[in-house]
Write a protein that binds this ligand. Structure first.
Ligand code: NAD
Ligand code: WQD
Length: 336
């Protein structure tokens, strides 16, 4: 099966490409490089020992997209391509609605035109907003509190509408929790442009000495040690979830929404400590004020993923930190 991977040179997309090849699929990558680096492609060739077709383009380029979908005989899609910085989405909502929602509509019209109706969509736990309790299950109310999260909710709904009324579409919304880690080879990993927004890449840069210290956003949350609690999941486990979603769509039509998380919460201080142990480096930090829009705790009820996709996370926090550190230590300047 030939699978189009939009955003396939990004962090999660690149790890999923590796798992696709390992599972016998033929991935084809489309990426605008708006938040990724072409250098990732040769690393993918090395890891998979295969040539992976890559098209440098925006998914909204409908003419080119239709040519590629036909030429590459695509039958299914994993749709990662999106902008993902929460703060930037608040500052530039139009860019986020245009790049994430409008481009997706154009892309879906291309798929429909060519009769390709199997989509795995990258959604996010961010759609839950501030959840009423933890763990969070898929039937919790969706209430995104920033434009980025709203773009995810809208596309999820689009998938549901496409699947309504006995339609031929199959659509899996995967709500990721907090992906960290990297491929065990140390060849691919998260390569944020500029100063990282997310906790783990920030910790990794502090451990490596390229940033002086971490600011912990509040130690007065109602959690185990006062710092924010999240469900960190190894990116390779996450990537494997997409393979199971493709297999699910081979057997089922209609829409399904599934959390991908480990089901366990880890605090900021616990993550710092695990990273120090894995790296053998100190991670200097100080406590600062809470970050606007943050929540105390967020972790998944992951029983539906096991039931529907026969998927569960396998890698523990120690392994996540070891793999993140290997990537960071071997690639101080990312893919450059
Ligand atoms: P990423 O930025 O590393 O990857 C996204 C890729 O899409 C990039 O390579 C970028 O260049 C490309 N892209 C963006 N807009 C495009 C467009 N219009 N046309 C073509 N290519 C385009 O991000 P990631 O962490 O790999 O995330 C992948 C997906 O998972 C995104 O949809 C993101 O919103 C979602 N997600 C990420 C996280 C996370 O914490 N990393 C959590 C939940 C959901
Ligand atoms: C984790 C914890 C912070 C940085 C975000 C998006 C979400 C999803 C994943 C895409 C929190 C604390 C962080 C720092 C800190 N992305 N922290 N100092 O906020 O759970 O989720 O990324 O869909 O949409 O919102 O992840 O890594 O930013 O923060 O103390 O310098 O680390 O307060 O408790 P978050 P994060």
């Amino acid at each position: 099966m030939n699978v189009l991977v939009t955003g396939g040179l990004g962090y999660i997309g690149s790890h999923t490409v590796v798992e696709l090849v390992a599972a016998g699929y033929k991935p084809v990558i489309v990426d605008s490089l708006v938040n990724s680096n072409r250098g990732c492609l040769s690393r993918l060739h090395t890891i998979t020992n295969s040539e992976i077709p890559f098209y440098h383009m925006d998914i909204s380029d409908s003419t080119k997209m239709r040519q590629i979908l036909s030429k590459e005989k695509i039958t299914g899609v994993i749709h990662f391509a999106a902008l993902k910085a929460v703060g930037e989405s608040v500052a530039k909502p139009l860019s986020y609605y245009a790049n994430n929602v409008s481009s997706t509509i154009s892309f879906l019209e291309d798929l429909e035109h060519l009769g390709i109706r199997q989509v795995v969509f990258s959604s996010s736990a961010t759609v839950y907003g501030n959840p009423k309790s933890v763990p969070i299950s898929e039937d919790f109310e969706v209430h995104a509190i920033n434009p980025y999260g709203k773009t995810k909710s809208i596309i999820e709904e689009l998938g549901r509408d496409l699947c309504a009324n006995d339609s031929p579409w199959a659509w899996v919304n995967l709500r990721y929790f907090n992906p960290i880690g990297a491929h065990e080879s140390g060849l691919i990993g998260e390569d944020p442009k500029g100063i990282p927004n997310n906790l783990l890449p920030y910790i990794a840069k502090v451990a490596a000495g390229s940033l002086p210290e971490l600011v912990v956003f509040g130690d007065d949350w109602p959690t185990i040690d006062g710092t924010g609690v999240r469900d960190y999941i190894h990116v390779v486990d996450l990537a494997k979830g997409h393979i199971e979603a493709l297999r699910y769509m081979e057997r089922n039509r209609g829409e399904v929404t599934v959390n991908l998380g480990t089901g366990s919460g880890v605090s900021v201080l616990e993550l710092i400590s695990a990273f120090e142990k894995a790296s053998g480096r100190k991670v200097p930090y100080r406590i600062g004020p809470r970050r606007q829009g943050d929540i105390a705790e967020c972790f998944a009820d992951s029983t539906k993923a096991l039931k529907i996709l026969n998927w569960r996370a396998h890698f523990n926090l120690e392994r996540m930190c070891q793999d993140s550190w290997r990537w960071q230590a071997q690639n101080q300047r990312g893919y450059e």
